[in-house]
Design a protein around this ligand. Structure first.
Ligand code: TXA
Ligand code: MG
Length: 321
């Protein structure tokens, strides 16, 4: 199959209407999209990504009325968050309506649903009569794509069309929020920081991130977001001396350390966590491609998007066996 890369929304619609997959730009990462209401299209998503069927997909819609259409109940906290952050990098876990196929939610009663903030994709969604199911458009386990070229690197020949919307402006997947009675629960740290959520709901969130990304026991899945070159994340001053004999790809944040490296990158010279988020995945890919033996990456301060970035680094880190 030939993979076409272009910015033509009508072309994308043509493919989607015939149950084919299209990679779509969002503010977070590129998604691998198909008609969420057609089993044939949804099955293709799992297949193209080699994704296990027990890992459910996010539904993408164009407006809050569509969220209401595909869910049965919306807690007040979700309405408050939506008013502030939609369209934007936040995904809501809400009781699904009968319109949502079980294949999309992997049999769960709740559906993950979000309104992506990207002009091309919003235009696309408005012209469709169905929502799009879309996981990140990477091969299962590899680093998420933050530009159209990344998608092409991973999925060339496997999908017919990539809608090119330029580089992603947030660069990390959406924050997934769940609701239980009066509590707001963060299931995945992402593009909206916990501080910003807490400022809107006026109280602390709970964080339960294990089940969203690890539906089975940890270790059953290979590490997520992982580079092919082993990556170690932590305090660079401590890591660096352990790898003196190796060719190192270095990823820093703000301050620079001196030394001899195969290649080096800075996530944000100014020490800005938003900028670091935007640069993280493409930097990991460049570090992976530079021919080093190991990638050493600093962890970030646990403020703003630093928490979500550290979470990605932890998952990308080399694990023995
Ligand atoms: O920013 C994003 O959210 C991107 C863009 C493309 O929208 N999408 C994304 O999708 O990151 P994916 O498939 O890579 O991650 C979706 C996460 C998975 O950890 C999945 O387990 C969880 O959302 N999830 C989806 N549906 C769920 C459900 N019904 N219940 C619990 N977790 C769910
Ligand atoms: Mg993903």
């Amino acid at each position: 199959m030939e993979t076409i890369l272009n910015s033509n929304v009508d072309e994308a619609i043509k493919w989607l209407n015939s149950n084919e997959l299209v990679a779509i730009p969002t503010e977070t990462v590129y998604g691998l999209a198909g008609n969420a209401l057609k089993e044939e299209a949804v099955l293709k998503i799992f297949k193209a990504k080699s994704r296990p069927y027990f890992n459910p997909l996010i539904l993408h819609v164009d407006r809050w009325e569509s969220v209401m259409h595909y869910t049965r109940f919306i807690p007040e906290a979700a309405n408050l968050l939506a008013k502030e952050f939609c369209p934007g990098p936040i995904t809501f876990l809400l009781p699904k309506s009968n319109l949502v196929p079980d294949l999309v939610t992997a049999g769960h009663d709740k559906v993950a649903i979000r309104i992506p903030a990207h002009p091309l994709t919003l235009q696309l969604l408005r012209k469709l009569s169905y929502p799009l199911a879309a996981p990140s458009a990477n091969r299962f386990g590899y680093v998420s794509p933050t530009n159209a070229g990344h998608v092409l690197d991973g999925l060339r020949g496997l999908i017919p069309y990539i809608l090119d919307g330029g580089p992603c402006l947030v660069g990390l997947e959406s924050t997934i929020v769940d609701f239980e009675e009066e509590d707001v629960i963060v299931r995945r740290n992402g593009g909206i920081s916990m501080e910003r959520i807490e400022a809107i709901i006026g109280k602390k969130v709970m964080v339960k991130t294990e089940d969203a990304e690890h539906p089975v026991a940890p270790g059953m899945l290979k590490s997520h977001y992982a580079t092919n070159t082993p990556l170690y994340a932590g305090d660079l001053e401590k890591l660096f001396p352990q790898f003196q004999e190796k060719e190192i790809a270095l990823i820093e944040f703000g301050t620079k350390i001196s030394g001899d490296f195969k290649c080096r990158f800075n996530l944000s010279q100014a020490g800005d966590t938003d900028e670091a988020a935007r640069n993280l995945f493409s930097t990991m890919r460049k570090a992976d491609a530079c021919g080093a033996d190991v990638i050493l990456c600093t962890t970030l301060p646990e403020t703003g998007l630093g928490i979500a970035i550290n979470d990605r680094l932890k998952r990308a880190s080399f694990q023995e066996g």
